[in-house]
Design a binder for this molecule. Structure first.
Ligand SMILES: *Cc1c(COP(=O)(O)O)cnc(C)c1O
Length: 418
């Protein structure tokens, strides 16, 4: 094959070895992809999707069969009573915000049982920032039960929930950008069981960002009352260009829809801004996009390890999200690797990212992402803070081939002598 990108011969040789080694792992991923695809295809068929479901509905959007059907399909896939999937939900953060404000009232208590939550959730809660509109500013109590050695503290959870004064428990499945492991579905299932045994009325919310279709079951299939995420991540598959979803129990979804829209109106209004075709198509392609991303990240983990870098997760470890980290050891490596990811992208490959002090972040950060949708993280992207051990956080890859090329180009740039 022509070496169009002038890659170092060493990389190409090691790459061939890596792909041989990964064959059995990739085969397992393809079996999972088939299972997820079957679920999606069946939901499309059971709900009689037609091309007339893709039309734009403007104005108040009081009647939108295509929107309602899409939400039925999400419910079927997640095994829930109801769903809300809308362009009016701007992001995963916004989905969390409407969920928490829809379900919690003055005096209620929320407990995060997976330790410190995702950065943007901290400002919704009011443990960072100075917003007068945070949960805490609205009189909601917040508590945290830290993870112990990356595991739930099951005893502490049981003790706390047994006191019956907890309205809602939050679990974050993916590590996001924190230094902990992501939490697999088996463990989420065990924690939910303990919560429900201690208090059946306690609502369990799972932040499902980056998790969808990485395992064969979703949190709502193991007892979660509500799950949320962004469509700029797994389920949008790079086709949906904005939006988010909340799936779960009918009465809870109604309260959340009232928070998003208007009390009493709930889910019954909201123009679709002509996004339905992209939402349907994104969902249809999502099992494959997640499969490609997982393969790209496992490939990255394996090849970077062969070149002497510490990676997490290891290529042969089980996964419950699409995030890959690698310790690049030096500042120069981190900068060059991110620049290489940008160079290997389809969009703005000619732009050279440089480290920058970003407001709200304690350290200088470098970010690379030549994606069709700005900020989309199901498309290949990479970033990291400029502190030891110079860890790059990577995710995405809409096809394995583009993912692999991006990683090869980044590795090549990093290994090049000036
Ligand atoms: C990405 C993410 C969010 C927020 O989603 P946005 O769409 O970026 O607002 C929340 N929680 C976790 C774990 C995430 O990975």
């Amino acid at each position: 094959m022509d070496n169009i990108f002038n890659l170092n011969e060493d990389i190409l040789k090691v790459s061939d070895e890596v792909e041989k080694e990964l064959e059995p792992i990739f085969k397992k991923l393809d079996e999972s992809c088939l299972r997820a695809s079957s679920k999606v295809l069946k939901a499309f068929q059971d709900n009689h999707v037609g091309t007339n479901d893709f039309i734009e509905v403007t104005g108040y959007g009081y009647s939108d069969p295509g929107r309602d059907k899409l939400e039925k399909i999400y419910s079927q896939i997640f095994g829930t009573e109801d769903a809300i999937v809308r362009p009016q939900i701007m992001s995963g953060t916004h989905a969390l915000k409407i969920t928490l404000f829809g379900l919690l009232k003055h005096g209620d208590t929320m407990v995060s049982i997976s330790g410190e939550p995702y950065d943007t959730l901290k400002s919704i809660i009011g443990i960072t920032g100075d917003s007068q509109n945070s949960l805490i500013a609205h009189g909601i109590n917040y508590e945290e039960i830290p993870l112990v050695n990356d595991e739930f503290d099951y005893d502490a959870i049981k003790d706390r929930i047994s006191k019956k004064s907890v309205k809602l428990v939050e679990i974050q499945r993916s590590r996001g950008y924190s230094h902990r492991s992501s939490i697999c579905i088996d463990r989420i299932e065990k924690a939910i069981k303990i919560v429900k045994e201690a208090d059946p009325n306690c609502i369990v919310l799972v932040d499902n960002c980056y998790g969808e279709f990485t395992e064969d079951r979703e949190p709502t299939e193991v007892g979660a009352d509500i799950a949320i995420s962004s469509l700029m991540k797994n389920l949008g598959a790079g086709v949906a260009t904005s939006g988010g979803y909340v799936v779960g129990k009918k009465d809870l979804i109604h309260l959340i829809a009232e928070e998003l829209n208007v009390p009493t109106v709930g889910k019954d209004s909201g123009a679709n801004f002509n996004v339905l075709l992209t939402y349907y198509k994104g969902l249809f392609l999502a099992p494959k996009a997640v499969n490609s991303t997982l393969k790209s990240m496992i490939y990255a983990s394996c090849i970077l390890e062969k070149f002497g870098f510490e990676t997490y997760p290891k290529y042969n470890e089980p996964r419950t999200d699409i995030i890959q980290t690698v310790e690049l050891q030096t500042k120069d490596n981190l900068i060059k690797f991110c620049q290489g990811i940008q160079e290997g992208s389809p969009i703005e490959s000619y732009v050279v990212p440089v480290p920058e002090q970003t407001p709200g972040y304690p350290n200088e950060e470098i970010m690379a992402g030549g994606s069709f949708t700005p900020g989309s993280t199901i498309e290949l992207s990479c970033d990291g803070p400029l502190i030891e051990p110079y860890t790059a956080y990577m995710q995405g890859g809409l096809t394995y081939e583009y993912g692999k090329l991006g990683i090869q180009i980044a590795l090549n740039k990093m290994l090049q002598k000036d």
